[in-house]
Design a protein around this ligand. Structure first.
Ligand SMILES: [Zn+2]
Length: 288
């Protein structure tokens, strides 16, 4: 599932190609993929691409915002009029853009320039929600969302308090809670806990206050690294140009169970914590 670095990579890609473009036509292939009247999009100009946590906000004129949740398998792929991946893209064999629309395409936005934006979603958990200013302010997802990881609100005190409040929950489940901090999912939770030598199943109440500062530091560091490498393409994730990320090669534990720890050589293990497959090193992070 795309997490903050993957969604941020898509955001940056769309920012380059979509801002200033005007929508000419919207084709909805799966009705529940688009919430709101597709007619609202006609003639709207894209003014900015924002992100909150794992959600994208395509901001248009007249106060219209398309709130996009990629969820499990969602993709937003930009196809320029002349087709093919754009300059600066990765290996052409990685590009999905030659196969658009695919059987997983749910919504197609045609732009006045002749370019197109495809919303693909194999598992159909993703969505595009059209909101005016009033409804954006009231949106139940956005209004409950916690601070961004780099926000001063995501402080040592705030995270320590969250751990104390839910002292019997695992530290991993605290990191996955989007109301505590926005944007962390399974991959970056496992990676940041490895980098701070904390076992993911550790009860949050047992995390000492002095461990919190390095944990926040490593969370920020690993997310920044994720953005730098264009995100993790474990499964369906691709960027706005239809290209895969390279962060998977940088991971220490996620998806590496049965392989040696890059730090100590011990075979990495996989367990279930917070209802999710969880990867860790029994030596670096200890056992519970
Ligand atoms: Zn290790």
């Amino acid at each position: 599932m795309p997490e903050l670095p993957e969604v941020e990579t898509v955001r940056r890609g769309l920012q380059r190609v979509l801002v200033g473009q005007r929508v000419s036509k919207t084709k909805v292939l799966l009705e529940r993929a688009l919430e709101g009247d597709p007619k609202w999009l006609k003639g709207r100009e894209v003014q900015d691409i924002g992100r909150r946590g794992k959600a994208l906000l395509i901001e248009m004129d007249q106060g219209l915002t398309a709130l996009v949740h990629l969820r499990m398998t969602g993709q937003l792929i930009f196809l320029p009029k002349d087709g093919g991946p754009r300059e600066g893209g990765g290996h052409p064999s990685d590009a999905l853009v030659h196969k658009l629309p695919s059987k997983h395409t749910r919504v197609i936005l045609s732009l006045e320039s002749g370019d197109q934006l495809f919303f693909n979603d194999q598992r159909t958990f993703g969505s595009i929600k059209l909101l005016d200013e009033a409804h954006l302010a009231l949106d139940s997802f956005l209004s409950k969302l916690g601070p961004e990881p780099w926000s001063p609100e995501f402080s040592v005190d705030a995270l320590y308090c969250a751990c104390q409040r839910r002292s019997r929950s695992s530290i991993k489940s605290i990191l996955l809670d989007q109301e505590v901090v926005a944007g962390i999912g399974n991959i970056y939770a496992d990676e940041s806990l490895f980098l701070t030598k904390i076992h993911p199943a550790t009860p949050a109440g047992q995390i000492a206050k002095k461990q919190i500062k390095p944990l926040i530091g490593k969370i920020r560091e690993v997310l920044e690294r994720g953005i730098e490498y264009g995100g993790v393409s474990a499964r369906d994730y691709v960027n706005a140009e239809g290209l895969r990320g390279r962060m998977q090669e940088q991971l220490y534990v996620y998806g590496r169970d049965g392989m040696p720890c890059k730090v100590c050589g011990t075979v990495l293990e996989k367990t279930r914590t917070a209802g999710r497959g969880t990867h860790f090193c029994p030596k670096c992070q200890g056992s519970l």
